[in-house]
Design a protein around this ligand. Structure first.
Ligand SMILES: NC(=O)c1ncn([C@@H]2O[C@H](COP(=O)(O)O)[C@@H](O)[C@H]2O)c1NC=O
Length: 598
């Protein structure tokens, strides 16, 4: 019939099929359908032709080939071009105007327990995906309906206007493209689990963020994982830590030309540092004074500093190291409570030590140092996808801290200040926001992460910096431990002493005292002693991941020896913030890039 439109129907889910067939018939549309679809329409007494009426070929191979034929796809893909019309005419093919198709239930099938590969294979829809993609490709002329929920609106529009608008065709085409994309990704997910070597492109994880969150997995879509597991079995949070800690040390090392280390907990650094040589007091405070050869290993000194920044928070850390792990560094790690380490390389002897840790369960990851992540990063939260350009802002001591706001006519910042500002700022780039970081001597000394208010970050980081500094007080350095006191207990007792929280009496006091030799329990610090010692903390560099909204932050940093502050500007209170810094003798540098991280 001249001018008659043609629809091809091939649906697994036959919901609403008869209403659709009736509606199409009422509009004078010629209906072609594949086997089961045609059968159902025919049994309801609506006119329908088998696809074989145009293909002149039977369905074959048990349904593997039904609609895969030039008579179908020529009819769908032909444009309104003379050359296409000529091709169709020469091959006696009619144009198809509407395609209605939904696919074999692959996801539902593979979700069944114990599904076999042959069962899954038979559920891979070929002809349907081809129908969807061909019709969606040619949506400038063809309408593709892939969702039974759209039958009603489609028919209503057809009845009203006698055709489907361009806008509707675009919307339906997009839906079809999304469906084929989702379908293909379900298929590749299934076969990745079956065929990709474990640890190559994918890796099952013990569980997700919590033990009841199973299953959990890590995978790459079209390439190998950028790390190898040399020992242990990573958990979900281990990998979140490792994949934040690794770029942090890589950036630190590249920016400052030193080996770098980070000690991560819950996706924020507890410590980060470069391998600046350690003083005798630092070796004592960081509990590495008995490590032979530490002075000749930059990496070991970097980790001693990173771990030493906040020993309590580093308990059970995920470590990142920028360079090949040597014996000295492995020795330091081997006696700390730690969950795992990521590094580009390990010497044989270092690896041997690490593999023995935690009864052979210590996580050792080898990172590909040449791995470059894609510029776009996507995550899904509550079923909703979020995509952004990666934070590829480059922070360097030479270029990032040149806009000195106060004092006016400031001389150039000393190299040590530029180094420490860079360490603090690069650390913030990989710290959960809000965040403020204090740094000195090539290492982070106090970090306030994940607070909703900036002053709470500034206080938390400042209190940690104070605590760190109290650990260098002579009394702390010369504590007399009871024989057998374990390193974590020492760190806890030191933390209590240094933060001024030792109670006067009671079982907590008894517990504190139990760490020391008889008659050697340290005096707590008096208010005057604390004040006098903290006044000696100087030249501290402070960085903030966003502007300071109030001057209280500046007051707080000054109490912990701040001499340099780098922060973005843009607050209504900028003027007051700068003035306060100037009054307190602090050099305030504008750092132009906001560094929120989540
Ligand atoms: N092989 C083919 O040519 C083919 N053409 C369409 N299908 C699918 O067959 C199903 C409909 O089959 P039936 O009409 O026989 O119930 C639809 O899910 C459709 O996506 C096919 N099946 C698999 O690829």
């Amino acid at each position: 019939m001249a001018g008659q439109k043609t629809a091809i129907l091939s649906v697994y889910d036959k919901t609403g099929l008869l209403d659709l067939a009736k509606g199409l018939h009422d509009q004078g549309v010629r209906i072609l359908a594949s086997g089961g679809t045609a059968k159902m329409i025919r049994e309801a007494n609506f006119p329908v032709e088998d696809v074989s009426a145009i293909t002149k070929a039977p369905e074959m191979l048990g349904g593997r080939v039904k609609t895969l034929h030039p008579a179908v796809h020529g009819g769908i893909l032909a444009r309104n071009l003379d050359s296409d019309s000529k091709d169709l005419a020469e091959n006696s093919i009619d144009k198809i105007d509407f395609v209605v198709c939904n696919l074999y239930p692959f996801s539902e099938t593979v979700a069944r327990i114990n599904v076999t590969i042959p069962e899954a294979v038979e559920e891979i829809d070929i002809g349907g995906v081809t129908l969807l993609r061909a019709a969606a490709k040619n949506h400038s002329r063809v309408t593709i309906i892939s969702d039974p929920k759209d039958y009603h609106d489609f028919l209503t529009e057809l009845e009203k206007d006698g055709e489907v608008s361009e806008k509707s065709r675009q919307r339906y085409a997009l839906k079809a493209f999304e469906q084929t994309a989702g379908y293909d990704s379900a298929i590749s997910d299934f076969f990745r689990k079956k065929y990709a070597g474990e640890g190559e492109q994918q890796l099952p994880l013990r569980y997700g963020a919590n033990p009841h969150q199973k299953p959990a997995t890590v995978f790459m879509q079209d390439s190998q994982l950028p790390f190898k597991v040399l020992c242990g079995a990573p958990g979900y949070i281990n990998l979140l830590d490792a994949l934040n800690a690794w770029p942090l040390v890589q950036e630190l090392s590249n920016a400052l030309n030193y080996p770098a280390a980070a000690s991560f907990k819950h996706v924020s650094p507890a410590g980060a540092a470069i391998g600046v040589p350690l003083s005798d007091d630092e070796r004592k405070a960081y509990m590495v004074d008995d490590i032979d050869g530490i002075e000749s290993s930059g990496l070991a000194q970097a980790y001693a500093r990173a771990r030493g920044a906040d020993r309590m928070s580093s308990f059970g850390d995920m470590i990142a190291l920028s360079h090949e792990v040597d014996l000295t560094t492995a020795k330091i790690i081997s006696r700390e409570v730690s969950d795992g380490v990521v590094a580009p390389k390990y010497t044989d002897e270092a690896l041997e030590i690490l593999k023995k840790k935690k009864g052979g369960k210590y996580l050792v990851l080898q990172m590909d140092p040449d791995y470059v992540p894609p510029m776009e990063e996507t995550r899904s939260v509550f079923g909703v996808n979020l995509r952004q350009h990666r934070n590829d802002a480059k922070i360097s001591p030479a270029d990032t801290f040149n806009t000195v706001i106060t004092p006016k006519n400031s001389p150039p910042l000393p190299e040590s200040a530029l180094r420490d500002l860079a360490i603090a700022t690069i650390s913030l780039k990989y710290t959960q926001s809000n965040s403020v970081c204090y740094a000195l001597n090539g290492q982070l000394i106090g970090l306030g992460a994940g607070q909703q208010s900036r002053i709470h970050c500034t206080r938390l980081a400042g209190d940690k910096a104070d605590n760190w500094w109290m650990r260098f007080h002579e009394r702390t350095l010369s504590l007399k431990w009871k024989k057998g006191t374990k390193r974590p207990s020492k760190s806890n007792a030191i933390d209590l002493l240094c933060s001024g929280l030792v109670p006067e009496s009671g079982i907590e006091r008894d517990d504190f005292e139990s760490n020391f030799e008889e008659g050697q329990v340290p005096q707590v610090f008096s208010t005057e002693e604390r004040k006098a010692w903290l006044e000696k903390l100087k030249d501290v560099a402070v960085s903030s991941d966003a502007f300071f909204p109030f001057i209280d932050n500046i007051f707080r940093t000054a109490r912990s020896g701040a001499k340099y502050i780098a922060a973005p500007t843009g607050s209504q209170n900028d003027g007051a913030v700068f003035d306060t810094a100037e009054k307190l003798g602090i050099t305030f540098v504008e750092q132009h890039i906001r560094l929120f991280h989540h």
